[in-house]
Design a protein around this ligand. Structure first.
Ligand SMILES: [Ca+2]
Ligand SMILES: [Ca+2]
Length: 117
């Protein structure tokens, strides 16, 4: 069951992260990846104040949830649990807001972890 959520952050950043996580494969471009993350960040930051607040993060979570074909209550509960963990993982300074730096740094960290495997 937990396997559904390989890489807890991927769930939340979907396409942008998948691109970024590709890592060492040929054609990986650091600048392009950063631009892509910026786009993802801006898309989630719906009021464009340069920070992702909890409501914006939750809205993104709901949008992602809709794209998953979860059929059981357990899967849905697991999704929310992972979403909570992801929020805490992103919000490094615990101020209940995500800056682009936090967003980017966390993705970078996750990518390095994956590449180290
Ligand atoms: Ca915002
Ligand atoms: Ca923060």
């Amino acid at each position: 069951m937990k396997k559904v959520f390989i890489g807890l952050l991927i769930v939340l950043i979907a396409a942008g992260a998948a691109f970024y996580m590709k890592g060492k494969s040929s054609g990986f471009d650091e600048q392009k990846a950063t631009d892509f993350m910026q786009q993802r960040f801006d898309a989630i930051d719906t009021n464009s104040d340069g920070l992702i607040d909890r409501a914006e993060f939750d809205a993104e979570g709901e949008a992602i949830l809709k794209t998953k074909n979860f059929t059981t209550q357990e899967e849905i509960e697991q999704f929310y649990k992972v979403k909570e963990q992801a929020w805490n993982a992103f919000d490094a300074d615990n101020n209940n807001l995500l800056s682009f730096e936090e967003f980017k740094n966390r993705l970078r960290l996750e990518r390095e972890k994956r590449l180290a495997k």
